[in-house]
Design a protein around this ligand. Structure first.
Ligand code: ZN
Length: 266
């Protein structure tokens, strides 16, 4: 909380010119403590293919992982309602993804993505983000890249009033959101990174924070999973294979299972 206040103070003088301080929608009240509705968000799609490897396209890889994850949850936990922001290669605007989760009173929002490092084809590993202030330039760059998708949306200037994907200040402003769900989001994100290591011995780059527009207005614990680097040929081949996609889905599924158990204890 202290951090949030500090950020608000530091950015306060410029806040008036950035008019994207929307009201949070009411928090889901169905079965507090229980995780019964999960929204799985395959990043990108349609005319937004996301980042690219030599042959892989982020939009296709994320969809396959998202569907595999949903299938595992449905098979093992028929009582859980699994919803997807997309199930085919279509473009979905970022604000619609979070609005969909809010409308359906989801208990958890999982956004699936692939990473890219323009400076090194050797960068590798997984990282799971929750909303918050970036602590490194690298984290900020990931958020900027993922948020730049809005440039492909119609009317983005009106919809995301004042938000400029190239401005560090815009990202600092975004960090204020989702703070009510920070503890739960961090708990799930920690599980995801632990499972990547134990299921498939992936290199975990850790749990990180940055301002992601897709997480901005969700009213439930939310994470964005960077499942690996398409700019790294070995990880590209892994993420492009059905075995690799299945392992990623398995790791996130295990994390979901553990998180659900943890939450039901409260
Ligand atoms: Zn992405």
């Amino acid at each position: 909380m202290l951090k949030v206040l500090k950020i608000a103070g530091a950015a306060g003088c410029l806040a008036a010119s950035l008019a994207f301080a929307f009201q949070q929608e009411p928090v889901s009240e169905n079965n507090p403590g229980l995780v019964d509705v999960v929204v799985i968000d395959a990043g990108h799609g349609g005319h937004d293919s996301g980042t690219r490897g030599k042959t892989a396209r982020e939009s296709r890889t994320t969809l396959k992982i998202a569907l595999a994850l949903g299938k595992k949850i449905k098979a093992e936990m028929p009582e859980v309602k699994v919803l997807y922001t997309r199930t085919s290669d279509v473009f979905v605007e970022l604000d619609e993804r979070s609005a969909y989760a809010n409308r359906n009173r989801a208990d958890l929002f999982i956004s699936i993505h692939c990473n890219s490092s323009p400076s090194s084809s050797r960068a590798l590993g997984t990282e799971t983000y929750v909303m918050g202030l970036h602590k490194s330039e690298g984290n900020l760059e990931v958020a900027k890249r993922e948020n730049s998708v809005i440039l492909k949306e119609k009317d983005y200037k009106e919809k995301y009033k004042g938000y400029d994907p190239t401005s560090p200040l815009s990202h600092i402003m975004l960090a204020n959101y989702q703070s009510a769900f920070l503890t739960s989001s961090l708990r799930f994100a920690g599980q995801v990174e632990r499972q990547f290591k134990s299921v498939s011995q992936r290199k975990s780059r850790g749990v990180k924070q940055a301002g992601f527009l897709v997480l901005w207005r969700t009213t439930m614990p939310s994470v964005l999973v960077e499942t690996g680097f398409l700019s790294n040929p070995t990880e590209e081949a892994y993420l492009n294979s059905s075995a690799g996609q299945d392992e990623v889905a398995e790791a996130v599924y295990n994390a979901f299972k553990q998180y659900r158990k943890d939450m039901e204890r409260y």
